[in-house]
Design a protein around this ligand. Structure first.
Ligand SMILES: [Ca+2]
Ligand SMILES: [Ca+2]
Ligand SMILES: [Ca+2]
Ligand SMILES: [Ca+2]
Length: 637
């Protein structure tokens, strides 16, 4: 029974084994087929990946050449409209096998870079250039698309024929003032002595030093170098940083702390074409290093070119990064206070009897001075009554005649900087030993063209003083809420920076250094140390414009003053507000207003700093859209 049972069991076992073998062999058969299929697929994938990688390499080479061709063309038409298909065809070459060796068995079948329309349909005519995207945003106006395609094939086993990789090459535009702060200085320091809130994105093209818990970044902060939670090593501050490692929750968003970001550009002139002595940090070596006076840092944007030398800022016959070349009027004052005015690009001065000369000259007051403790000098100023300019502009007496309806740009230079002159401080005759400046007064309402939304830019190679509210609608009797707010409670309370009914003009003020004088300022009072010893008392003041200017970098004997003092103060601002809605761009070392920062004789205001999103899409007059070059969507067929 046992044996039978055993046999019976054995028989059952045999059947089980046989069934199992059948199932296993069937499974093995399936597995073998799958493995063969997978192997073929894997080989196919490897070959395809090699083909795509090679095509990508060829596309990269074409992209570099395309970008180079568009950035270096000196033909105005080509710079504006892009290169034609035929021009590109003659410029672009595919890399040789020694430059980019193809994978085994992979060969290039064809390539093309063609002008396209905004929907990325290629335009085939040899004379075709891309159809611009246009639009009202200045960052879109110059946007052009090219369609690039590279087809390769492999003769390797497993290849399924050709592969085409296609990308669009996009020339875009970037508005100058896409950030609240754009620093082109290699080192940016930000050490406010009292709580300070920065309500706009900050871009630091270099290293960022933040050492105090007083600093509050409310929006994104990026830098291209490093962030140091301390003072720079040669900073004579010699105090212990108070910032907490990583920041507290109210120093910045802990989920988005200051971080390394992509390099951004403001100008079409590359940073690398500038004289390195003017783009490193020490101001002590700011002397021409290469015999060319036209490349001495971004300070060149407020200077005029010396025509005997090459000019890296003159990108083509029609496009210069020098703001003087965008000026609708150029106003020069000499040591004897004689005023010459040129319209547009004319080399002949306006007659003193012409309506334009009379209108502009009526806005100017020459040969008065203010005392600037930081400079230790009586600064002789050319005062510009901005309201008078605005009236002449709206009456059509002076016009926007350069740069195709971009608004009104004035270039104002006192050419006698560096010389000693006699001048008047109030009723007193004083000597201005070397300092010259432009002072903007009565700037409550700026020149503004309501029909196209363009505004007002003032540029000077001298220092600039903005006296009182600027671009707020201020009339003395009527003030914006930022000037009347009696409590300072950032970041939750944001009073309006304009008088009800006033439309801000896109505006910029650019100079060797930018100084802010309050609504209470008087030149005659400027020598007064005031009741506190910290200068005459200031009253709350609001300035709504982009500010581009210079700094005096930190040395072992003096702190730069940091970004918190980038706009310079001369008064006792304690307890009152200085509000700015605009953008800040510290771009260069000051060359005229080189007095070093000192906390003596001024007290800082409540600094209420906001980005003006108006500038996001509306450049102030004189500023071009910087061209960007990007690869677009990648399609593989
Ligand atoms: Ca330097
Ligand atoms: Ca140079
Ligand atoms: Ca120069
Ligand atoms: Ca203009």
């Amino acid at each position: 029974m046992k044996t039978f049972s055993s046999h019976s069991t054995a028989g059952s076992t045999l059947i089980v084994v046989m069934v199992t073998m059948l199932v296993v062999s069937a499974l093995v058969g399936v597995a073998l087929n799958v493995t063969t299929f997978n192997a073929r697929m894997a080989q196919h994938s490897v070959v395809r990946a090699q083909e795509i990688a090679y095509a990508d390499g060829v596309l990269e080479s074409l992209f570099d050449q395309w970008r180079q061709a568009l950035t270096t063309t000196t033909n105005t038409n080509d710079r504006n409209n892009g290169l034609t298909n035929a021009e590109l065809q003659s410029i672009l070459t595919v890399p040789t096998s020694s430059q980019l060796s193809p994978p085994p068995n992979v060969t290039l079948v064809s390539w093309s870079v063609q002008a396209a329309d905004p929907l990325l349909s290629p335009l085939t005519a040899s004379t075709a250039t891309p159809t611009p995207e246009n639009g009202t945003k200045s960052s879109l106006i110059s946007r052009l698309n090219y369609l690039a395609a590279v087809t390769v094939q492999s003769s390797a086993p497993g290849s399924s024929g050709t592969v085409t990789v296609q990308r669009n090459f996009v020339r875009g535009g970037r508005n100058f003032f896409a950030n609240f702060m754009f620093s082109a200085q290699p080192i940016t320091e930000f050490h406010p002595g009292a709580p300070m809130y920065v309500n706009g994105t900050c871009y630091i093209g270099g290293d960022l030093y933040t050492a105090t818990n007083n600093l509050h970044f409310l929006q994104d902060v990026s830098f291209t170098g490093s962030q140091y939670l301390t003072y720079r090593s040669n900073d004579p501050h010699a105090i212990t940083p108070t910032i907490t490692t990583g920041g507290l929750g109210d120093n910045w968003n802990l989920a988005n702390p200051p971080h390394v970001g992509q390099s951004q550009k403001l100008f079409d002139v590359p940073f690398t074409s500038l004289d390195p002595n003017f783009t490193d940090d020490p101001i002590s070596n700011d002397v021409d290093s290469d015999g060319n006076p036209n490349n001495n840092g971004y300070h060149e944007i407020i200077e005029e070119a010396n025509t005997a030398y090459p000019d890296v800022l003159q990108l083509d016959p029609a496009l210069s990064e020098r703001l003087v070349n965008s000026a609708d009027y150029r106003i020069y004052v000499n040591s004897a206070n004689a005023v010459s005015i040129y319209k547009g690009t004319s080399t002949t001065p306006l007659l003193a009897t012409s309506a334009e000369y009379v209108a502009i000259n009526a806005a100017l007051t020459t040969n008065t001075a203010l005392y600037d403790q930081r400079q230790g000098d009586n600064v002789r100023t050319v005062s510009v009554n901005v309201g008078t300019i605005a009236s002449a502009y709206s009456a059509g007496t002076i016009t926007d005649n350069v740069n195709g309806n971009d608004g009104l740009t004035l270039y104002i230079a006192d050419t006698s900087y560096g010389t000693s002159v006699s001048t008047k401080l109030g009723a007193t005759t004083v000597t201005s030993s070397k300092s010259r400046a432009v002072k903007l007064t009565n700037g409550g309402k700026l020149p503004y063209n309501a029909s196209n939304g363009t505004g007002f830019t003032v540029v000077s190679p001298n220092a600039v003083y903005i006296q009182g509210d600027y671009n707020t609608g201020y009339t003395g009797a009527t003030k914006p809420a930022t000037d009347t707010a009696t409590t300072y409670t950032p970041p939750t309370v944001n009073p309006s920076p304009v008088v009800v009914g006033y439309t801000k003009a896109p505006a910029a003020v650019i100079g060797d250094a930018i100084n802010i004088l309050s609504n209470a300022w008087s030149d005659a009072n400027s020598t007064s140390s005031g009741p506190s010893g910290n200068g005459p008392a200031a009253t709350s003041t609001t300035v709504n414009c982009a500010i581009l200017g210079g700094t005096v970098p930190t040395s072992t004997s003096s702190y730069s003053g940091g970004i918190e003092n980038y706009s310079r103060f001369l008064e006792d601002w304690s307890g009152v507000n200085f509000t700015i809605y605009g953008a800040l761009a510290p771009l260069y070392d000051s060359e005229q207003a080189t007095g070093t920062w000192s906390s003596a004789r001024y007290s800082p205001p409540n600094r209420c700093w906001y980005y003006d999103s108006l500038l996001q899409d509306s450049n102030p007059p004189g500023f071009h859209v910087a061209r960007t070059y990007e690869r677009g969507i990648r399609v593989i067929r």
